[in-house]
Design a protein around this ligand. Sequence first.
Ligand SMILES: *Cc1c(COP(=O)(O)O)cnc(C)c1O
Length: 393
Amino acid sequence: MVNSKIQSAEENLIHVYNRFPVVLDHGEGMYLYDADGKEYLDFAAGFAVSGLGYGNKELARALKDQIDQLYHTSNLYYHKSCGEAARELNRICGMDRVFFTNSGGEAVEGALKAARRYAYTKQTGRYEFIAMENSFHGRTFGAVSVTGHKAYRDPFEPVVPGVKFAKFNDLDSVKALVSDKTCAIILEPLQGEGGINLATQEFMEGIRNICDENGILMICDEVQCGMGRTGSMFAWQGYGVRPDILTMAKAIGNGIPVGAFALTEEVAEYSLQPGDHGATYGGNPLACTAVKKVIEIFEREDIVGHVNKVAPYLTKKLDELTEEMDCVTERKGKGLMQGIVVTKPLAEVNNRAVQEGLLVIQAHGNVIRFVPPLIVEEKHIDEMIVKMKKALQ
Ligand SMILES: *Cc1c(COP(=O)(O)O)cnc(C)c1O
């Protein structure tokens, strides 16, 4: 049954994903189940999306109610939840004005356009972006243009011009690229796809200073590291370094397709104007209900507090694993966004993990990435370590 489902999918889809031969059926908390009833402990969270895990009844109820009531209106009108979702998201992400998108890539597109639009209003003649090596910002044209891996860009050249790449955590390499044409600097405070690389405090502050001194906008891409994952609601808050533009997606809707970019009031005033940008589905009632409800649950259940309680245990257990296994050379990351560097072929390790009933993700630099639902508990971490050890053997 499973094989025929896989075969019919393969015959009808464009082959861009190397999927595991698993047909998932349903989920509950930290676990996913396939069509044969096999259980998988989930340390992938659908790419750091399902922060609240699976089968959250309260969220499902709110979404079902919204579907019954209204789920599309277009942005020519307001609806009940758009203002509330925007207010709540601004409050928790510490920004002033938000635009809802349908994905992370679209949020990055909007952020880049907002930066260019700001320069256009101010007539600064600035258009260049400085991005980071090993960054990942998505698959749309603008997003791949600022993504610091040639493999993502080369097949699509020429991409958006005016992008330079600096070394992550190396302020001098950023300074060397700054010119009177620099419009914005874009970075992930904690690089995900690029191998779980955490920005230093000095780097974040240094970027902020470079931006302030040179009239450059700072864009933080928190599509993956935002929404509680690093132990603060958004990673920038942990540094106390506020960007001018912030991108979000993944966990903000717990799986309902929704992203956002947000601006400070100052940037918003000179940036996008009526007619400059839009998204037919963006911020529809279903997406906004998801954002509103996810934030409500996050705060009521103190998910960020929970992350700070449980993350040190993950760190400890991964440190022990690194110590114990010869093929694990390093632990990286912060909060519930961590990784281990392994010397074995990742695909093999990952395949064996799936056989053991454990879902993890790969990242660049031969990293196995652990981004579990944020509701993970110590017992799940113990179970993961047991399975991971078998996968690494
Ligand atoms: C996943 C990701 C994106 C792209 O998000 P999509 O929803 O897949 O378009 C952008 N930036 C970062 C940091 C990401 O991790």
